[in-house]
Design a binder for this molecule. Structure first.
Ligand code: SF4
Length: 739
């Protein structure tokens, strides 16, 4: 499983640094009057909106109104107290599509409840359960007493507030006290389930900023670091006598303990306070907190690395840096988030709302679970299903109904194609990933000047074909990005070269998007383009670039890609040219059940008209290194949801397309083997090379040998057979006698 490491794209607003506490390690707080005026706040919020951050982190001293001047100013601004002012700030932030996360220190239940209406999440570090520290670093700070802090953390649970807490490491506490602090947080979480993440923050010594504005120092340090990639402004100050040294091993143990005590909670480590964050990610830390565009106001000279810097570093170790909202996905729900905040999330960040049966947006018509039982029966008989029936099945969450769908799909498969599981020995060749289209779900396409762009030369191409022939392949599957410099002649040339190199190989080449591009650049109609491609050796058409055949979805995930009608026109032209094609769906991203129902209607209707589609290939979305996954919070579809969709695809196709393929490179061979019980009869190809899923972050490998595919079929208790692209059987692999 490719591991994601999350972060929040935020901007910090230190609304007031005036604080009633006197913590020895704090360089943020002041006891003088400090309060941003409303016009300053609006300017900062507008700046945040322009920097496209999603979270506004409101970080303040505790009860600043203990300072008479601050109190006077608050009244002058029309606010009875500081919390009222923070509520006003959060409302202005929500108006700008920013999601507020507040950390105001110890708060009363009433104040937490007031803030709940206008925040997506709140937070309070427990710091430590050590009462000993009340004599040292926390002297003069009564609300640093663990009991006071746990009281606030517990009240937040009772109020169902998504909450962030954590411990400060290295302020004189013992190893045992660190564990006890985590245990205390775990105990409150066990009561209310509201802790979304635990921060393990190592203490770093700070200088004093008397008369200077930490926010300005932080902003300057961040801008410099994000621009140059060099953070040499970080002071290496000696540890004060009350501090306790912290080692990487200490931190790794804390990550492990947090994972043990709070298995379902995010483990956040700040990547700016020590260079060991990569090791802590490897040790199990899951989150890097807010990579604040205007720096760390608590540790101003320690700027956060930019998301780009972090992504590059994590990618080297095989992790995918992924943006999250300040409220974790599990809490993006009316039970945990107020109506007003939920509306802001739906309006601006709906793709972050976790997939649930009924989808993220409001359905055009009520989803009808009552239709499912009848639809399963009718689907089992191969009858055409209505959009309402298909929508209800794609949205289904009841296990018993899903099992009925599985059974019906499995029975229909057995009736249509028997027990045999087929596969093709083929080779993928993606000649170039240079692409002008820029689909949000794609990790493969790159701009021409991108350092990750590539283009094979003719000798590379020929070497790959020779490799395929030696391997026993019967098919070459050739697809590339939409290259700005390629003309129709280039596409014809690759086919001719392939045929000249290995005339026996079947050329399954060029997606509907590439064909549409050839038509656009040549000015020729599809029929003429296919005629020329056939002359050059084209054998069949991959039904890719279908994504979801619903223009509303296409607008959202690939606005520059061909619309549904053009896709249908191209595939129909392929069939009319005497070619066969496949048909695909790329699902498990932002599409809704009713949009998938429409996709299946389009595919089924085309097949009824032309009969040219050989197989249907569901391709589950790989999010990790794609825009949708990285910055829109779209998670990989779960195995169960993937299998459920597979069964519905089988029932939706009925008797129109008899072969349903599982994509092992997307779902893994284990899930692909299981899908043989969910209506699947084909395991696709050996591929030998695969870039499109791999560059999106898939982690299931790029090649499976025939014996591995045969073994998968046998593991499912089914005989296997090698087929050609057009489903002629070349060789059978019966079940071993023992079985
Ligand atoms: S999916 Fe295809 S068309 Fe879209 S960006 Fe990727 S390579 Fe280009």
């Amino acid at each position: 499983m490719r591991r994601r490491v999350t972060f929040s794209r935020n901007l910090t607003l230190s609304l007031s640094r005036t604080c009633r506490c006197y913590c020895k390690y704090c360089a943020f707080a002041t006891h003088a009057a400090h309060l941003h005026a409303p016009d300053e706040v609006l300017e900062i919020l507008d700046g945040a909106a322009r920097r496209q951050v999603k979270e506004l982190l409101v970080l303040t001293g505790e009860r600043p109104e203990v300072n008479p001047e601050v109190r006077e100013r608050l009244i002058g601004y029309g606010h009875e107290d500081f919390t009222a002012y923070v509520v006003w700030v959060c409302e202005r932030a929500l108006e700008r599509g920013l999601l507020p996360h507040t950390n105001l220190g110890v708060l009363s239940r009433e104040d937490l409840a007031r803030l709940r209406e206008v925040t997506a999440s709140q937070g309070l570090m427990l710091e430590s359960v050590s009462e000993r520290l009340m004599e040292t670093v926390h002297a003069g700070s009564p609300t640093k007493h663990p009991a006071r802090r746990l009281e606030t953390i517990r009240a937040a649970g009772e109020l169902r507030i998504p909450f962030t807490s954590g411990i400060l490491v290295g302020i004189g506490e013992s190893e045992q006290e660190r564990i006890e602090s985590l245990e205390a947080i775990a105990a409150v979480h066990a009561e209310h389930g509201h802790i979304q993440e635990v921060i393990l923050q190592n203490f770093v010594p700070h200088q004093r900023y008397y008369g200077r504005e930490p926010a300005e120092i932080a902003d300057a340090a961040a801008r410099d670091y994000w621009r140059t990639g060099v953070a040499d402004g970080r002071p290496r100050l000696p540890l004060p006598e009350w501090a306790s040294p912290v080692s990487i091993e200490d931190m790794k143990r804390l990550v492990a303990e947090t994972r043990r005590l709070l298995p379902d909670v995010g483990i956040q480590i700040p990547p700016n306070l020590a260079d060991w964050w990569g090791e802590l990610v490897a040790a199990g830390a899951t989150d890097l907190g807010g990579l604040s565009a205007n720096g760390d106001h608590i540790s101003p000279e320690h700027p956060f690395p930019s998301p780009h810097q972090v992504r590059k570093e994590l990618q080297r170790d095989g992790y995918a840096l992924t943006e999250r909202l300040c409220v974790y996905p599990a809490y993006i729900d009316p039970e945990w988030v107020s109506r007003g905040v939920m509306d802001t999330i739906k309006a601006n960040y709906w793709s972050f709302i976790p997939r649930s049966g009924s989808g993220r947006t409001d359905p055009p018509a009520p989803i009808r679970p009552d239709l499912v039982a009848g639809a399963v029966r009718r689907g089992r008989d191969g009858l055409a299903l209505t959009p309402e029936e298909l929508t209800a099945m794609f949205a289904e969450t009841r296990p018993e109904a899903i099992e009925d769908m599985r059974e019906a799909a499995d029975e229909l498969r057995a009736e249509l194609v028997g027990e045999q599981v087929t596969f093709v020995v083929n080779r993928n060749i993606n000649i170039s990933n240079v692409c002008t289209v820029g689909c949000a779900f794609c990790g493969f396409g790159q701009g021409k000047r991108s350092p990750d762009a590539y283009e094979h030369g003719e000798s590379d191409f020929v070497a790959r074909i020779d490799d395929a022939v030696d391997y026993g392949a019967t098919e070459l599957c050739i697809q590339s990005g939409i290259h700005p410099d390629w003309g129709l002649e280039d596409y014809l040339g690759w086919l001719r070269l392939a045929k000249a190199t290995a005339p026996q190989l079947h050329l399954h080449a060029y997606s509907a998007m590439e064909i549409a591009h050839m038509c656009d650049i040549s000015g020729l109609p599809p029929a003429e383009v296919f005629a020329q491609l056939k002359d050059a050796g084209l054998g069949s058409t991959p039904g890719t670039a279908a994504e979801v055949l619903h223009d509303g979805v296409r607008e959202r995930i690939s606005p520059n890609k061909l619309p549904v009608a053009r896709w249908v026109q191209i595939i129909r032209a392929s069939h009319e040219a005497g070619l066969r094609s496949t048909a695909t769906v790329m699902f498990g991203h932002i599409e809704e059940p009713w949009e998938l129902a429409e996709h299946m209607r389009v595919v089924r209707e085309l097949q009824v008209q032309t009969g040219g589609i050989t197989e249907f290939v569901p391709l589950s979305f790989i999010p990790f290194q794609t825009l949708l996954g990285r910055t829109h919070g779209v998670e990989e579809i779960s195995r169960d949801e993937n299998l459920k969709h597979t069964a519905v695809f089988r029932l939706a196709l009925g008797r129109t397309i008899t072969s349903l393929q599982a994509s092992w490179v997307k779902m893994g061979i284990d899930a692909a083997t299981e899908s043989l019980r969910w209506g699947v009869n084909d395991l696709g190809g050996t591929l030998m090379e695969e870039s499109i899923s791999r560059l999106a972050g898939s982690y299931h490998g790029t090649r499976l040998d025939p014996d591995q595919l045969v073994a998968a079929a046998h593991a499912a208790g089914r005989p296997a057979a090698e087929r050609t692209t057009l489903y002629e059987i070349r060789r059978r692999y019966g079940l071993p006698v023992a079985a």
